[in-house]
Ligand binder design. Structure first.
Ligand code: ADP
Ligand code: MG
Length: 567
């Protein structure tokens, strides 16, 4: 037996913290934020393999600290174990700089505002050494080169430069959402990839991050109980994703700052439960939640990369989040009729002056006229088809509009799912297997989920580079373009990520099959077909949303209609 040499020890320990270029960026930007930076600038070359440079205008370090910072467990953020439960900084383990140096060549230049000039330190797997005085503005800049040059196993594991830059964008975006007052900028190979100038609050940061249209749809949510606090923003359930990519959860101890981004099953579960019945299983909403937790109720030191936390009382967290989300979403989806009666009418009463911008009533954004129609489709009277894709129907005290494609898709999806559970869906064996050209990543994800796809009626296997050989098609799709279908399924699965559970993969395939197999918008429907579709809608489990999470039907109550005409 032998104790490993320090350089190897360092590389092994670094493996837990530094997985890819984005991990380097995360650690360096967290340090910049902990140092009180107002601007953080990240530059990458070749996806981060040639260069990762992070510059901040934070407080900087004195010369001695700049070198000590590369020692394992050197930190200025924590002195005693007792302080751990209340730690408010993003860092505290003193592991980032030594871990980065263990797997790359690092040059750090730092200057405190009070000092006349800066100092440089260079570090690699063999240790850190002073590199003399350096002219620099106040703040710290760290340049990382030759990442994983000496750990080829790790280097081989990395994906294309574009993928690595994508991970960096994710990391920076998550950090930026929690620090709106800080400006962030990312450059790759000399081109600007992202720029978020400093703004006043989280909502404005979300405008930068999600775009004006999506951000305008967000409703704020707030709650507090037993020392826990919740603030955040919820997107309406009509827009959902195949992954939890845009469910962002942040945890702050004692409510200090906006906290750290964490991926946590309990928090995700709570978000999904809050959206329950509004978002289909296997789909995810867009939501940003900031959770403030009393000191001692959460352990942030669970994961070397500090991406996970452990709650002492998971039930308290769940009970804070779920009812708050439910109440807020219910309020956002239901229009208060009194407000409509008051505010809609004047828009029609006063004739618009030509050229004057049309201003929507203030309440319109929060209180849509048309709300999701929950049930009772079979009893509706079909009046006609409008805009070549919507069914206009009359019911007891309400008018209902139905998106024929979304509705049919939902019905077919549920039928396929039932068939699938009952032992496999009906399929046709192709006389000549169909060869489908695909990007390599998509062909790989299809191979990985072969069993789940077979359950959905798509049996086949990869056939050489970038080709998939399809042997069976679901009976529903007889005579349709199965190539387009398989490519769409592969696209969904790539978005779900490699780790998607088999059941989710099957659902994604069934949703896509349903989408490809049903009536399109623009297709004429006769009264009998329309009535048959309405009847079949009542049999399905959740009739208010199509498998992709879009609303299927919307209704206008008679009272709302009458309010429009001031009756
Ligand atoms: N950008 C920076 N500005 C000022 N000080 C920094 C910066 N980066 C690192 N440091 C100092 O170096 C120490 C070690 O950093 P790090 O290895 O990331 O550990 P941690 O952040 O867990 O303390 C920090 O505690 C901090 O004092
Ligand atoms: Mg750190």
């Amino acid at each position: 037996m032998a104790i490993l040499p320090p350089a190897v020890q360092g590389q092994i320990a670094a493996g837990e913290v530094i997985e890819r270029p984005a991990s380097v960026v995360k650690e360096l930007v967290e340090n910049a934020l902990d140092a009180g930076a107002r601007r953080v600038e990240v530059r990458l070359a070749a996806g981060g393999l040639d260069l990762i440079a992070v510059r901040d205008d934070g407080e900087g370090m004195v010369a001695e600290d700049a070198q000590v910072a590369f020692a394992r467990h050197a930190t200025s953020k924590l002195a005693r174990a007792e302080d751990l439960p209340t730690v408010a900084t993003l860092g505290f383990r003193g592991e980032a700089l030594p871990s980065i140096a263990a797997v790359a060549r690092v040059r750090l230049v730092t200057r405190r505002a009070a000092d006349a000039g800066g100092v440089a330190v260079e570090a690699d797997a063999r240790g850190a050494r002073p590199a003399g005085a350096a002219g620099a503005p106040p703040g710290t800049s760290v340049e990382v080169r030759e990442l994983f040059a000496e750990t080829p196993a790790r280097r081989k594991f990395l994906r294309s430069a574009a993928t690595e830059v994508g991970h960096v964008v994710d990391v920076l975006t998550r950090l930026a959402v929690a620090s709106p007052a800080v400006g962030f900028r990312l450059e790759h190979d000399g081109r600007e990839v992202l720029a978020f100038p400093p703004v006043a609050d989280a909502r404005q940061r979300l405008v930068q991050v999600l775009g004006r249209a999506r951000a305008a749809d967000l409703v704020p949510v707030e709650a507090a109980a037993g020392g826990y606090t919740l603030t955040g923003f919820l997107a309406p359930p009509r827009e959902t994703l195949a992954s939890a990519r845009l469910v962002w959860t942040y945890v702050a101890v004692g409510g200090a700052g906006s906290g750290r981004w964490v991926r946590d099953r309990l928090l995700l579960r709570a978000v999904l439960d809050g959206y329950a019945s509004l978002v289909m299983r296997g789909r995810y909403p867009i939501a940003v939640l900031f959770l403030g937790i009393p000191p001692g109720e959460v352990d942030v030191n669970v994961h070397p990369a500090k991406l996970e936390v452990r709650f002492r009382s998971p039930a308290a967290v769940h009970q804070l989040i779920v009812p708050a989300l439910r109440a807020r979403l219910a309020a956002a989806l239901a229009p208060p009729p009194a407000v409509l009666a008051r505010e809609v009418a004047p828009a029609y009463a006063a004739p618009r002056v030509d050229g004057a911008p049309h201003t929507a009533p203030a309440a319109a954004a929060q209180a849509p006229l048309w709300t999701p129609a929950p049930r009772g489709f079979a009893s509706l009277r079909f009046i006609g088809q409008i805009f070549d894709g919507y069914l206009l129907c009359e019911g007891e005290g309400r008018v209902v509009l139905i998106d024929q494609h979304a509705a049919h898709e939902r019905v077919v999806f549920e039928r396929l799912r039932a068939e699938c559970r009952a032992g496999g869906i009906a399929r046709d064996r192709l006389l000549v297997p169909e060869t489908i050209a695909l990007p390599a990543a998509e062909s790989a994800v299809l191979a990985e989920h072969a069993a789940a796809l077979a359950a959905a009626g798509l049996e086949g296997e990869p056939f050489g580079e970038g080709t998939f050989l399809l042997r069976t098609v679901p009976g529903l799709l007889r005579g349709r373009d199965v190539g387009a279908l398989v490519r769409a399924v592969a696209g969904e699965l790539v978005e779900e990520g490699a780790s998607a559970a088999a059941e989710r993969a099957t659902d994604a395939a069934l949703a896509t099959i349903a989408c490809h197999g049903v009536v399109r918008v623009g297709q004429r429907l006769g009264a009998a077909e329309a009535q048959a579709l309405l009847a079949s809608m009542d049999g399905v489990e959740v009739s208010a949303h199509c498998p992709h999470g879009r609303p299927v039907a919307a209704e206008l109550a008679r009272t709302q209609l009458e309010a429009l005409f001031r009756r």
